[in-house]
Design a protein around this ligand. Structure first.
Ligand code: GLN
Length: 611
């Protein structure tokens, strides 16, 4: 049965048929191919990194790739998840709060994503239940199959149509055998049948154990877990084996024989020093060629584009590897042991370091138990400081004391969201003489609420219960530090996730005392960027936004570049790092200008102008 016939005749539920396959407008059957990545054995194998690397090497060939992550949990988005348990909440330009893996996709693909790229069970079930109330199931009892699976298939096809994708790249969260994701697996099984042969490529990521006591790789857990996928009706076309060391031929043979997958499609995906080398590793194993072959995509591939994309990417990796200078940045936060909750900041610093030829060492300073007297010692070997985003009062006093120290000792500072609010509190208390200054988040009845929720903005921006979320334009003061960092731009776009902000009634006092608000919302009195004048401090910059979310290997975020450059100067490692990087061929202005280009912020599956 061809896809056409199937989709034409069996689109609706009826008494005569068990099929329920709602089709989005504009869907062209057969045009989009699908790659689905499943996890087996256990989570934490780097499925997101593997999937995004595979998506990247297909994108490098000139294919339009649209990724989607299917999450089993019932939350509608990741906004309510604790970042210290689940990793950071990543925010997309359209305001979707999602899993940190979406950040990996945006960085790898150098592409802005949106809410169609992230789907949870909560979204699927809410939609099904709403449709049930609207009577859209024609009197049928609403069932996991076909209605819930039908909703999943609809989401995948909606993405395919909206992105006009050559390949929709589906990553199923969790592992085979989980209750939560079983219906996602069933949905892609059904859909591969409906779309017909040659349109779906199933990839299983598995894990090869290597117990220390045995000293050799064992494939049995992988074999048994791959059988769980078979039992769900999925016969993988490709198997990627995660392992700490390259997977031996003997183990690959066993996997091939017991999973019915040809040897040449069983790949080793062993540990390596940087996630950014994985695309090249996959290419070296021939996994891209296997996907192109299985999906019949050879005539859509552009080898010239691929060569250029490879060269640009390898250039980035070389920059990371051969860093001329070393510098140390301190991150002051609570629970700094949980690195996943600061994943994008870590990445943004690496991108900035690579663009300046610097290897940046990170030092984590937990502010919860930080005594003022210990600060000089704790910050002794640190050349730049970041106070990242956060919520609640734990560790705030330590952060305020740290900011005072770096301000007075001219240590480069970048404040991110909460880090901007706390910088305002510190300045109000210690420079403007507002000794009771605070945020109403920390002290609801505070007499000098320099950081507050404003009623009129609550109405306009739907603050309060909801946060101000997603990409917003920021108007920059000409000649300011921030404008110079962005190559002289007067308008840029940043991503936000906050509820509180600087209360405009305190702005005259703060500015009279030297604080400069150099980035503002174009429509409302919301202060988005602040800085101190150069004569007062070599680099003191803070933003209400989350600049780490839009930093990419091929487009380092200018505020991070500015911080690392200032830290290099402060450490004495390099007198003029920006000029030195330009001399080596790194064009910062080019990277910066793109950040302000709105056209890069909208497309779902389209490569941004910068790719
Ligand atoms: N808690 C602050 C607010 O809600 C800062 C949020 C953040 O850092 N993301 O505004």
């Amino acid at each position: 049965m061809t896809a056409d016939k199937l989709l034409g005749s069996l689109t609706y539920a009826s008494d005569e048929t068990e099929f329920f396959t709602p089709m989005p407008a504009g869907y062209v059957p057969g045009r989009t191919k699908y790659v689905v990545v499943f996890g087996t054995v256990m989570s934490g194998l780097g499925k997101g990194i593997f999937s995004s690397s595979l998506a990247k090497i297909l994108q490098d060939k000139g294919l339009t790739v649209a990724p989607i992550k299917l999450e089993g949990y019932l939350n509608r988005d990741s906004g309510t998840l604790n970042p210290y348990r689940h990793g950071e909440v990543f925010v997309l330009d359209d305001g979707m709060e999602c899993d940190m893996d979406l950040g990996t996709y945006e960085r790898m693909l150098n592409q802005d994503l949106g809410r169609l790229n992230f789907c949870t069970s909560g979204q699927i079930f809410s939609s099904v239940l709403e449709k049930e109330r609207e009577g859209r199931y024609l009197g049928r009892d609403v069932q996991m199959i076909p209605h819930v699976t039908g909703e999943v298939k609809l989401r995948l096809r909606e993405l395919a149509a909206a992105a006009e994708a050559d390949v929709v790249f589906v990553e199923i969260g969790g592992t085979a055998g989980d209750v939560e994701n079983a219906y996602f697996i069933e949905a892609v099984r059904e859909m591969s049948y409906e779309e017909g042969p040659g349109n779906f490529c199933f990839v299983a990521l598995t894990y090869i154990v290597q117990p220390q006591s045995l000293g050799e790789q064992k494939s049995k857990p992988a074999q048994l877990n791959l059988k769980l996928l078979n039992a769900a009706g999925i016969h993988p076309h490709i198997i990627a084996c995660r392992a700490s060391t390259p997977v031996t031929k003997k183990v690959r043979e066993k996997i091939a024989l017991f999973a019915n997958v040809p040897m040449e499609r069983v790949f080793s995906m062993h540990d390596c020093d940087s996630v950014y080398v994985i695309p090249e590793m996959l290419r070296g194993g021939g996994i891209d060629a296997a996907v192109i072959d299985l999906l019949g995509l050879a005539d859509r591939v552009d080898p010239e584009l691929e060569e250029t994309a490879r060269a640009v990417w390898n250039d980035y990796i070389d920059r990371v590897r051969v860093a001329e200078h070393a510098v140390t940045i301190g991150i002051i936060g609570k629970y700094t042991t949980v690195r996943d909750s600061y994943a994008s900041i870590i990445q943004a610093i690496e991108h900035a370091g690579a663009s300046l030829g610097a290897r940046v060492q990170l030092v984590w300073v937990d502010s919860s138990d930080l005594l003022e007297a210990d600060i000089p010692d704790r910050l002794k070997h640190i050349h730049g400081v970041i106070v990242p985003g956060g919520f609640g009062f734990r560790g705030v006093d330590g952060k305020i004391a740290c900011i005072q120290y770096v301000r007075e000792n001219r240590i480069p500072y970048l404040g991110i969201c909460y880090g901007m609010q706390i910088a305002v509190i510190e300045y109000a208390r210690n420079v403007c003489g507002l000794s009771y200054a605070n945020s109403t988040e920390l002290e609801p009845d505070c007499p000098q609420p320099v950081i507050d929720i404003l009623p009129e903005q609550k109405k306009i921006e739907r603050l309060g219960g909801n946060m101000r979320l997603g990409g917003r334009d920021v108007v920059l003061t000409p000649g300011s530090r921030i404008s110079r960092l962005f190559g002289g731009a007067d308008r840029i776009r940043l991503r936000f996730r906050h509820r509180y902000e600087v209360d405009p009634q305190y702005i005259p006092t703060l500015t009279e005392h030297g604080m400069i608000f150099s980035g503002k919302s174009p429509d409302h009195p919301i202060m988005q960027v602040l800085e101190l004048p150069h004569r007062q401090h070599p680099f003191f910059l803070a933003t209400q936004a989350h600049p780490e979310l839009t930093s990419r290997p091929l487009r380092p975020q200018p505020m991070f570049v500015g911080l690392v450059a200032a830290a290099l100067e402060f450490s004495g490692a390099c007198p003029n790092p920006m000029a030195a990087a330009t001399a080596r061929g790194q064009n910062h202005n080019q990277c910066e200008a793109r950040n302000g280009d709105r056209s890069t912020s909208s497309a779902l599956g389209h490569t941004s102008a910068s790719a």
